[in-house]
Design a protein around this ligand. Structure first.
Ligand code: NAD
Ligand code: UD1
Length: 370
């Protein structure tokens, strides 16, 4: 029944009729994915993913309330791809407006980035975080279901592993306790989406657990645009390098790592963006629920990142050692083999491209999109 439904659905798309490759794929029961809703598409990871989706030939529709982003990023997505798309400045919690989006467009799948992500702020404002991230996702998923769109890719985080019981972290590593409301929203939403899929096997849910996204599009036209003082390492480094901040504070040099500073799995945002394009393939083949780590499998320390940044870009990054940051763990990097085996995806860019492109974006846009 499900296969027949998919066949009928796909016949709507002319490409599936005229292209024998796709036609035969269809006979295997794969879905046709052509129009993708991207929530949070104006943000850091969303804007890079939109570029890769458009370059891969998908139509996209973006919903973003611009709470943590700027519409200029979308102008630049158009400039980089030469393609147009619909943009709605809506809040995903606004059910009426979300209904309109689904009435105006036949959406095949949703890539769901929209959410608040500042760990420290989430400790100060837990209600706002639970409301925005959890209530927002519940509205989105309900509207999707009511319009027969049952395919979602969700932005989760390595934070759900807590202090991981194994390194490198595989997807089988049990989830751990989170130290902040932001982390809990990711952990809880994974559960919500898995339960939705369990209740109705027409759903396909792909959970992508991002490690540490850094870098920017090589053009320097889109990148990370944090408000206020950056929480994360790379935007702090670039703001020191460009002269906006005096020095980097390195949070602890007494961890059990090769140089005493925290080790993480940094991943170039363009690689991560392409991970989403690859994840659409899992949906196409009716994956049910699938979870993938999105990282490189390499662990670099804070000082590795600073030293690479200085060497590759030829700029100074003054730093001093500060006490450990509450809630930090020593080492966190993944085993990305599952994504390679099942999605055919792996990160291509290394530490040099990460620090080069982060700097290129910051140097070309010292005030971000402002
Ligand atoms: P971002 O803040 O740049 O992008 C999120 C976008 O969502 C913003 O444009 C924001 O305006 C929008 N948004 C927030 N709440 C909304 C709402 N209620 N309605 C409509 N739009 C809303 O963040 P990002 O770094 O691109 O992260 C994207 C997703 O990936 C987030 O869910 C984040 O939690 C997750 N994630 C990010 C990282 C990271 O290090 N950047 C790591 C792991 C997971
Ligand atoms: C942070 C979030 C985590 C989120 C992840 C990816 C916290 C506690 N955790 O993790 O929930 O999923 O980002 O976005 O914020 N560092 C410095 N100086 C700085 C900033 C960072 O030394 O000014 C160090 C940290 O101690 C850490 C490393 O740099 O060792 C990376 O930090 P960060 O970029 O904040 O990422 P995570 O701690 O991995």
């Amino acid at each position: 029944m499900r296969i027949i439904k998919n066949q009928l659905f796909c016949l709507k798309s002319i490409i599936y009729i005229v292209n024998p490759k796709y036609f035969f794929k269809n006979l295997k029961g794969e879905k046709c994915m052509s129009k993708i809703l991207v929530t949070g598409g104006a943000g850091f990871i969303g804007s890079h993913t939109c570029v890769e989706l458009l370059n891969a030939g998908y139509d996209i529709v973006i919903v973003d309330n611009l709470y943590n982003s700027n519409e200029k990023s979308l102008d630049r997505v158009k400039e980089l791809t030469g393609k147009d798309f619909s943009f709605y400045q809506y809040d995903i919690r606004d059910k009426e407006n979300m209904r309109k989006v689904f009435e105006n467009h036949k959406i095949d799948a949703c890539i769901h980035f929209a959410g608040l992500k500042a760990v420290g702020e989430s400790v100060e404002k837990p209600l706002e975080y639970y409301d925005n991230n959890i209530a927002g996702t519940l509205v989105l998923v309900e509207v999707m279901r009511n319009h027969g769109c049952k395919n979602i890719i969700f932005s989760s985080s390595a934070t759900v592993y807590g202090d991981p019981v194994e390194i490198p972290i595989t997807e089988n590593c049990p989830k751990g306790g989170c130290t902040n409301p932001y982390g809990w929203t990711k952990s809880m939403l994974e559960q919500v989406l898995m339960d939705v899929q369990k209740s109705d096997n027409e759903w396909n849910v792909v959970i992508l657990r991002y490690f540490n996204p850094v870098g920017a599009h090589a053009s320097g036209r889109i990148g990370e645009n944090p408000n206020g003082i950056p929480n994360n390492l790379m935007p702090y480094i670039t703001q020191v390098a460009v002269g906006k901040r005096a020095e980097l504070g390195v949070f602890g040099n007494d961890y059990p790592t090769h140089d005493g500073t925290g080790v993480r799995d940094y991943i170039h945002v363009v690689d991560l963006a392409n991970g989403h394009v690859a994840a659409l393939k899992a949906i196409q083949s009716n994956c049910g629920t699938s979870i993938y780590n999105m990282g490189t499998g390499n662990g670099y320390s804070v000082l590795d990142m600073v030293n690479a940044f200085v060497k590759v870009n030829g700029v100074e990054v003054p730093y001093s050692i500060k006490p450990r940051r509450a809630g930090d763990i020593a080492t966190c990097y993944c085993n990305p083999a599952k994504a390679k085996a099942e999605l055919g995806w792996e990160a291509k860019f290394g530490i040099e491209e990460m620090v080069r492109d982060s700097w290129n974006w910051q140097r070309e846009n010292p005030e971000g999109y402002r």
